[in-house]
Design a binder for this molecule. Sequence first.
Ligand code: SF4
Ligand code: MG
Length: 334
Amino acid sequence: LEPSLTISGLQVCFDTPAGKVRALDDVSFSVGQGEIVAIVGESGSGKSVTALSILKLIDMPPGRFEGGEIRLADHDILSMSEHELVKIRGSAAAMLFQNPRGSLDPSFTIQSTIEETLARHQPELSSTDVANFVEQCLRQVGFHDWQRVAASYPHQLSGGMCQRVAMAVALACKPRLLIADEPTTALDVGVQAKVLYQLRMLNREQGLPIILITHDFGVVRAIGQRVIVMYAGQIQEEGSVDEVLKKPMHPYTQALIRSVPEGAVSGEVLYQIPGTPPDLIDPPPACRFADRCEAVMSVCRRVAPQVTTVAEGRRVRCHLYEQPETANEMESVQ
Ligand code: SF4
Ligand code: MG
């Protein structure tokens, strides 16, 4: 099966008065059919820029694509015009954001919002089909009392319900991929679990591929099948959630996981990684984690670590795992 999304060598920068911010550097990954992939990292790691890039939603300028490719279903995203993109946003991929209430029009009932989305994305539906589809979308996100929800305005619903409604609206576009950027961050802990459960059900029952962006390893543990760890605009590690949790390889991942031990309440910080992420206007010349890494070696400040595939689906960007020959070769080139 073709992957639903493939990103290769993506470079994104932002031109600011202070200089060029290298927000994404050499980001490559793919999302298979029916997969849930979590992207985890601190704020400023590039995870939201990655999410927004998929539908070319970053502000340009100041944003700029400097290289790479994004293939979403049959689309070569970076070569598409705004006019062409408008037609596929929602259907090729739909997005969920942190603040669900902000994404719903306060002056429309949920029913009218979903109907309006259907009219734009599935204009061929008859009025009976529309009515059925509204019910179907709301039921798919776990509303058994869907009629009451349909008749409500956003302000009459809780934050967690609004996020599930936002999912229902996304489903009305029949998306081939769902991109959820911190969908539970603004919600109470108890409600977070319910929203994550609904995302898992959508994935399981409809095979909908999902990218879940989060800063919280607790969320990764709760939902992900595969996880991508980002730091300072680069992917540092990738693998199955089980393996990465059991045996994190990159020193950054090890520190991140130490900050959210098993059983910790989501959001509770038990360990802080000393130091701060680097300035992406003038990032460290070699390993971007070098200033905070407990395992730093002299080579780490001289030679940029390359991504090493250590097993199928398991990748890490760190000198500790590079094949000795490659590291020597690279040093001699310097
Ligand atoms: Fe640490 Fe070096 Fe690996 Fe960077 S390359 S994470 S500094 S050991
Ligand atoms: Mg963000």
